[in-house]
Design a protein around this ligand. Sequence first.
Ligand code: ADP
Ligand code: MG
Length: 151
Amino acid sequence: MKKFEMNLYNTEETQGFAENLGAKLWAGAVLLLEGDLGAGKTTFTKGLAKGLGVKRTVNSPTFTIIKEYQGNLPLYHMDVYRVSDSDEDLGFDEYFEGEGVTVVEWAHLIDSQLPSERLEISIFHRGDNERRIEVVPAGEQYERLCEEIFK
Ligand code: ADP
Ligand code: MG
């Protein structure tokens, strides 16, 4: 599988990258976010939300698992860190197949429930403000998207 990567040197760069990505997404797009605590998953999602035209402030849904925002497309922001049973069906499919864009923080924790076509994004902590982002597209639509945003 192809992998696209780049370095991001501050919060604004990460959000700017995510915003540009967000503006190119479609109904039913699914983005998986991996990275340690503090890597920047929620920060990335804030930028993405801006690109989707969401006006409200996006905060971590750690305690609620799923938060929904209205934009040009709806944004379904999930943080599955606290899902204790990885096979428990909390209705994720309805979001993945819904009218909006779904972003899942700690996605591997519900591995068996994830769609096979998706954009896999990993963020690695490199320094106080430096991060490395690695993006693996699964599915043709996502490959085309990567060719576009990394050119
Ligand atoms: P996570 O959701 O992965 O736990 P958060 O996005 O909540 O992480 O926190 C990331 C923190 O790191 C924020 O305080 C953010 O401002 C800071 N930060 C510093 N540099 C960057 C960067 N280049 N990209 C993303 N976040 C960064
Ligand atoms: Mg988070």
